[in-house]
Structures are given as C-alpha cells and as structure tokens.
Write a protein that binds this ligand. Sequence first.
Ligand SMILES: C[S@@+](CC[C@H](N)C(=O)[O-])C[C@H]1O[C@@H](n2cnc3c(N)ncnc32)[C@H](O)[C@@H]1O
Length: 292
Amino acid sequence: MPTPNRPRQPTSHSAWQWLVTDDGSRTLWDVGREETFHSGCGAVAETLIVYVDHSGVLSRLRQRVPTRVLEYGLGTATSFLLTASLAEHYRTPLVYTALECSLLPSEILGQLDLAKSVESCLSGGFAKTPVADPLFELREFAELPSMIGALVDAVAEWQQRPIPRPLVTRIGQFVTLQLWIGDACHWTPQQTQLSALHGTASDANQMHTGQAAGYDAVYFDPFSPETNPELWTSEVLEVAAAALCPGGLLTSYCVKSTVRRAMQQCGMLVHKAAGPVGGKREVLVAQRPARP
Ligand SMILES: C[S@@+](CC[C@H](N)C(=O)[O-])C[C@H]1O[C@@H](n2cnc3c(N)ncnc32)[C@H](O)[C@@H]1O
C-alpha cells in the first residue's frame, strides 16, 4: 500500500517538522532519519492504546494503584505526558523513568499542543481497537496543560545546565520523572535505581511498600528496527524485560518475529494485541511471568 501523503509544517528547528496524523494529533518528522516519532495513523491513538492501555497502566491508575513505568525513547514526551496526566487525575503516585539520548528542545516540547491533539483523537473515536474500547474521557486529561508546563520548565533548566546524573524532578503532585540522558544500550536498572528515588519523592517511597522490585510496565518505543537497530538487539530487550517486576508488561508497536523471539528467549509470555482503529492491526504485549 502506498504511504499516504500527510501534511508537514516547519518547526523552529530545521531538524524536525510537524506532522498531522490521521487522528488529528501532531507528532514530529525527523528530517535526517526520515521517520516520524509516532504512527502516521494517529500519534495519540497509538500512545493511548499500545502503551497506556495494553501495558496495564491505564487500569492500574484508574484503580489508584501506584505505578512505575520505564520508557525507551522519551521523544516528544507524548507517552509521558498522557500517563502523567492520568496519574494526576486519579491522584495516584507514578514513577516514570525515561531513557533518551537526544532530548528535544524545550520549546518544541511546548509547541506540541498535546491537549488539542487529545481532544481531536477522542472526539473522533480513535482511542480504541476494533475489539475493545477503553472508554478514555477528555476529563481524564484535564491536567495536561500543567504537566506540559512543568516538563518544559524542567527540560529547559536541564538544557541550560546539564548535570551528569539522571534528572529527577517532581511534575505535579503525584508524578516523579527520572530522566536518564544517554545511549539506552548502556542503561541498566542499577543506574536509575527506583530505590534511589526514595530521598526525592515520598510517594515513591510509599509505593514500594509491599510491591515487588522492578517496573510495572515498559514502554518500548525506539524508532524502527530499520533505522534504530541498536535498540532492538536481544541484549537490550533482555535488559528491558529483566527491569520488569514479576507480572509486569512490556509493550511495543513492533511485532517483528525477531523481536518476539528475543522476548520469548528471555522467558517472557508474548502475544499480539489489536492496535488502534485505523492503525497497525497487531502490536506487541510481553509479560514477565508472575513466578519464574
Ligand atoms: C519513536 S521516538 C519515541 C517517541 C516517544 N515515546 C514519544 O512519546 O514521543 C524514539 C526516541 O528514541 C530515542 N533514541 C533513539 N536511539 C536511542 C538510544 N540509543 N538511546 C536512547 N534514546 C534513543 C530518539 O532520540 C527518540 O526520541
């Protein structure tokens, strides 16, 4: 099938262009890599279905269960901001570790206009799959503007004065963002220990009581295996899988057989789930067994 010709507009930086995706939400086109940060079929729909819903994070936050997320590739911060808004709405502690080698300029993050994108996606009925509707509501994202403001300020400050360790910052009342800036191929859980957050976030402290160590969900979201092969190796996937707590879920838009096999070889229970309406038919869900 030919790739649809979607409209692109310049940003304030020549390295990226805005792209309006089919659910009306915006993402970025990386000019050098010739690749978008999200599916052209719908940036917000992909994020809400593949990452927020299929990872179990939506259900945890709606039930007010404290949650820890690890993301490969912060990018435009769409996944972070949508997850953080839900945590804030449900007044539930969220610790979010994001791995990123190349932080986007803060002004680009501020110009994404995510609140408008969410409105467009939800009003158009794109945030569901052909077989299930998680019933996202606009009011669940009411905190988006304040989350965006706090993130943009934190990133701008870091960009003025980079520090050689993970940036740990409180976003809103319930969200702790731990941003690890570097090549995710070299990341191990020891470098951003969840326990290291104890001194900075009392909610993070509380959430560990009675919880198994590790992340509840991994959003595995690098660029495609064709242009970003270093993050799709069995070694990196093994580290990502091992970072999960027993029963935790790793999700990704990519269902390539090599990726599924690599996950199975680390003992993960792998299945394909339905993608968002109008988008990829199948996406990846891999679960770390509850008991080894
Ligand atoms: C598809 S985008 C992620 C989209 C993102 N989840 C969002 O919500 O916008 C992939 C991201 O992975 C980052 N990336 C690529 N290779 C990386 C590496 N080796 N280490 C860390 N980050 C990497 C890119 O800079 C880019 O921001």
